[in-house]
Design a protein. Structure first.
Length: 440
C-alpha cells in the first residue's frame, strides 16, 4: 500500500481532459499533486491515505479557472451599472477609481473577492487591476493561484503617473514573481483605446524579451471596432497583429464583435479568447461567437469580469449563461453543451493562462486544485448527466469542498482560507471605501 496524503471518493469525477466521466470514482493526492484518478474500488486497494473523504453524492472537478476579473472591484458591486460601456467607464468607474483606489482599497476588495471565488469553487483567477503587487502578496499569503495582470495604460492612474511608470512597475512585478509556484505575473494593457501605438511598441519589446503573457480587453463593443477603423484603418485585432502583439499566451477578453477574418486571425496567431457572457449582457456590449471560435480551433476560456459590471464572481453561472447565450444567438440548443462550458471554465482557462501543464484537468502529475459539488439537493435530482446538473441545476451554493495544491481551502461549505469575521468587516466598510454617494 502506497502512503499518500489524501484520498477522495466521489459519486462522479469529471476529468475535463479527453477522459470520460467516471462513476464511483476516487482520486489519490500526495504532496499537493494528483497521483491517480480511477475507480474507487481499484484505487482503495492501492493507497494508504492519511486522510480519507467520502463525497457520495458529489461531482469532483478540477478547480474552476476564472480567466478574467478585476478582483478589487468587488467593493463596487453595489453601484448602479449605467451603460453602455464607455459611458459607464467615463462617468462612473474611472472618476471613482481616480478618487478612491489605493493599496488599501485593493487589499480589501481583493480579499472579499478571493473569499467569494473560493467558496464558488474558483481556485485560480486572472486579475487585471491597479496595485497588482498587493494582489500577489495576498495570493501568496492565502495560498491561492493567481495570474496577476499589471495594468498598462497611457493616462495617469491611481497606480502610476504615465505609460513609463506603468511599464516599469509591471516589469518589476515580473522580476519579483516569475518562477513562483502560485503566482504568474502578466502584462495587461487595458484596451486598444487606452494604450497608444508608442506604448504598444515598447510593450512588445518587453514581452518578447521576457516571453511574458498578455491580457487585454478586445472587441468588446461595436464602438471600439468602429473607432479603431477610423483611427488606424484596421480593426483592433488586425492592428495588434500588425504591431506583433498576438501570440500564444495572449488572452483576448470579450471578443464580441468578430468577422470571419478576425476569427481566422485569432486561430492563426494562437491567441486565446476569454468569454465574459454575463458582463457582456449586463452592459449590453455584444455576444462572443463562442461556437464559431471553437469550431475554428481557437481556445476559449470563461471569465466573470469585475463585480462592478457583473455583480457576482460566479463561474458556474457564467458557464450556464454561456450555454444559454450560445443557444439564443444561434437558434441552436446544441450550440454549447454543459460539458463544453465546464471545459472552458477549467482546462480552457488553464490553457489561456499558460498553466495547462499544471492545472485545468484531473490528470496525474497536475496540481491538486479540486472542487466537490453536491448534487443531492432536491433542485438537482434526478441526475442523469452530471455536467448538465452542475451547470443547469446546481450552482455555486452546491460547492462543498475546495483544494488548491492539495491544501483544503473550503471544507463542508466552511471557508478555511479566510476568517469570516474579517471578511464581514471588509464588506461593512465597502460603501465607505467606494464612496458610493459621490459616485452615484
Ligand atoms: Zn474586464
Amino acid at each position: 500500500m502506497q502512503p499518500i496524503d489524501l484520498f477522495i471518493e466521489s459519486r462522479w469525477a469529471l476529468p475535463m481532459d479527453d477522459a470520460p466521466v467516471l462513476e464511483h470514482a476516487a482520486i489519490a493526492i500526495d504532496a499537493g499533486r494528483i497521483v491517480e484518478l480511477g475507480a474507487a474500488s481499484a484505487l482503495a486497494a492501492r493507497y494508504a491515505p492519511r486522510e480519507r473523504l467520502m463525497r457520495p453524492h458529489h461531482a469532483l472537478l478540477p478547480g474552476l479557472v476564472n480567466a478574467h476579473t478585476h478582483a478589487a472591484m468587488s467593493l463596487m458591486r453595489h453601484l448602479p451599472v449605467r451603460g453602455p460601456l464607455m459611458q459607464w467607464l467615463n462617468e462612473t468607474i474611472w472618476p471613482l477609481e481616480r478618487r478612491c483606489v489605493n493599496a488599501q482599497f485593493v487589499r480589501s476588495g481583493t480579499q472579499l473577492a478571493m473569499a467569494e471565488m473560493l467558496a464558488a469553487g474558483i481556485t485560480c483567477f486572472a486579475d487585471m487591476y491597479f496595485f497588482p503587487e498587493e494582489v500577489a502578496r495576498l495570493a501568496r499569503a492565502r495560498h491561492l493561484r493567481v495570474v496577476v495582470g499589471a495594468p498598462i495604460v497611457d493616462a495617469r492612474t491611481p497606480w502610476a503617473a504615465d505609460a513609463d511608470e506603468h511599464l516599469d512597475k509591471a516589469a518589476r512585478l515580473w522580476d519579483e514573481y516569475r518562477g513562483d509556484p502560485l503566482i504568474l505575473p502578466c502584462f495587461a494593457p487595458h484596451s486598444p483605446y487606452a494604450v497608444g501605438r508608442e506604448t504598444f511598441v515598447r510593450l512588445r519589446r518587453l514581452v518578447d524579451q521576457l516571453d511574458a503573457p498578455l491580457a487585454m480587453h478586445l472587441h468588446e463593443t461595436q464602438t471600439e471596432v468602429q473607432d479603431s477603423l477610423a483611427a488606424h484603418g484596421a480593426r483592433p485585432l488586425a492592428w495588434l497583429a500588425d504591431e506583433g502583439l498576438l501570440r500564444p499566451g495572449f488572452s483576448a477578453v470579450h471578443m464580441n464583435w468578430l468577422t470571419d477574418d478576425d476569427i481566422d486571425l485569432a486561430m492563426r496567431t494562437g491567441i486565446s479568447v476569454v468569454h465574459c457572457p454575463q458582463s457582456n449582457q449586463r452592459l449590453g456590449s455584444g455576444i462572443c461567437p463562442v461556437g464559431d471560435l471553437r469550431a475554428a480551433g481557437v481556445n476559449v476560456a470563461l471569465g466573470t469580469d469585475g463585480a462592478a459590471s457583473v455583480g457576482a464572481l460566479d463561474l458556474l453561472a457564467e458557464a450556464r449563461s454561456a450555454c444559454l447565450l450560445a443557444s439564443l444567438a444561434t437558434h441552436n440548443p446544441q450550440a454549447l453543451g454543459a460539458i463544453d462550458a465546464l471545459r472552458m471554465a477549467t482546462l480552457g482557462g488553464a490553457q489561456a493562462l499558460g498553466l495547462a501543464h499544471e492545472i485545468g484537468s484531473l490528470m496525474p502529475g497536475k496540481a491538486a486544485d479540486l472542487v466537490c459539488i453536491d448534487l443531492s439537493a432536491p433542485a438537482c435530482l434526478p441526475v442523469d448527466e452530471p455536467s448538465d446538473t452542475v451547470v443547469f441545476a446546481a450552482g455555486r451554493d452546491a460547492v462543498t469542498d475546495v483544494w488548491v495544491g492539495g491544501r483544503a481551502m473550503v471544507r463542508d461549505r466552511r471557508l478555511l482560507a479566510f476568517d469570516p469575521a474579517e471578511i464581514a468587516a471588509i464588506a461593512l466598510e465597502a460603501p465607505a471605501r467606494a464612496a458610493v454617494g459621490a459616485a452615484a
